[in-house]
Design a protein. Structure first.
Length: 211
């Protein structure tokens, strides 16, 4: 004669305490990933926009740590997509924040091109301009490359508008390059964000459904 089951006579919805704690842990972990991963990546992307190489490398390293944790918590397959989409998101989201912030808080200064030069890049020789503000003595001359507005038509003595971040966080640009957030950055970031969140949710549900 077999002993009666310990759950006999209890309601169907009852779960042993250990299983209930496990379900609660998965819900909490899933909610934390859905919220904290994009928040952490936003911070890393913003850190990488700081002038200098060290902040860029630090932001990329911290983003990789966040994505490795998310990968482990979502499982091998979905986690790989989370990592790829998350890293791509930080690469688009950072420049989008850069464009937005410099457009809204950047201060324009009358400036003059004092020198021009070239540098080697994998896509061909790049162009650089040394630009000095003429309406203030507070700011020194800045080296501006092609991505910041140093166009082929600029020569020594050319008058330009230099937009400077008063907080000193973002690199200055010429006014021609400060036009707000490009639409492709907005839509690409939104698509990558939606895909990353979907794979986080899928990965967590997939791991929870395994015996």
């Amino acid at each position: 004669m077999t002993a009666p089951s310990p759950t006999a006579g209890r309601p169907a919805a009852w779960r042993p305490p250990a299983e209930a704690r496990e379900r609660s842990w998965y819900r909490t972990g899933t909610a934390a990933l859905l919220v904290l991963v994009p928040v952490a990546l936003t911070g890393c992307a913003w850190l990488a926009q700081r002038q200098g190489t060290l902040p860029l490398l630090t932001g990329a390293f911290l983003a990789l740590l966040v994505l490795v944790v998310a990968w482990a918590m979502c499982g091998a397959g979905p986690g790989a997509f989370v990592a790829v989409l998350g890293f791509a998101l930080s690469m688009f989201w950072g420049p989008a924040m850069n464009d937005y912030v410099l457009d809204h808080r950047g201060v324009g200064h009358d400036a003059v091109v004092t020198d021009t030069g070239t540098y080697y890049s994998k896509h061909g020789d790049g162009r650089t301009c040394t630009v000095a503000p003429t309406d203030t003595a507070r700011h020194p001359a800045y080296d501006i490359d092609a991505t910041q507005g140093c166009a082929e038509g600029l020569r020594r003595g050319s008058r330009v508008t230099l937009v400077i971040d008063p907080e000193g966080w973002l690199a200055p640009r010429l006014g021609s390059e400060v036009t707000g957030v490009a639409p492709y950055l907005t839509w690409t970031s939104a698509g990558l964000f939606a895909g990353m969140e979907a794979f986080i949710l899928y990965g967590r549900l997939r791991r929870r459904s395994r015996p």
